[in-house]
Design a protein around this ligand. Structure first.
Ligand SMILES: [Zn+2]
Length: 116
């Protein structure tokens, strides 16, 4: 099996994941539109978790809570911790992408824009 040593380990993901949910963790020089996108994706995920807290089908709620947790981890891997660049996405020349990258834009399109 192919093995990549530079894949994030779970503790790193967990720490990054917590940061990704906080406004104050965002780098200060992001564009206002990027800050808004982050806030709206985060708010939608929180809404989904609150809805799952109220769900009567506890099995289904538990399964779906795992799905939102997985999505948060995925988004955390693409979260700009110390610059306005995605730490994960690279173009063919190895350059990083400006944030929000494709992953966050897709999450926004599917979770937020589809609601309105
Ligand atoms: Zn990315």
């Amino acid at each position: 099996m192919h093995h990549r040593d530079d894949w994030p380990t779970e503790p790193v993901l967990a720490a990054t994941n917590r940061l990704a949910l906080r406004d104050e963790a965002l780098p200060r020089h992001l564009k206002p539109s990027a800050v808004l996108l982050h806030r709206q994706v985060r708010r939608r995920l929180r809404e989904l978790d609150l809805a799952l807290d109220r769900a009567t089908d506890t099995y289904l709620a538990s399964e779906l809570r795992g799905a939102t947790a997985s999505l948060r981890e995925l988004l955390a891997c693409h979260f700009p911790l110390d610059s306005d660049r995605c730490p994960t996405c690279r173009n063919r020349l190895g350059r990083t992408h400006e944030w929000p990258c494709h992953v966050w834009r897709t999450a926004f399109a599917l979770l937020v824009r589809r609601q309105t």
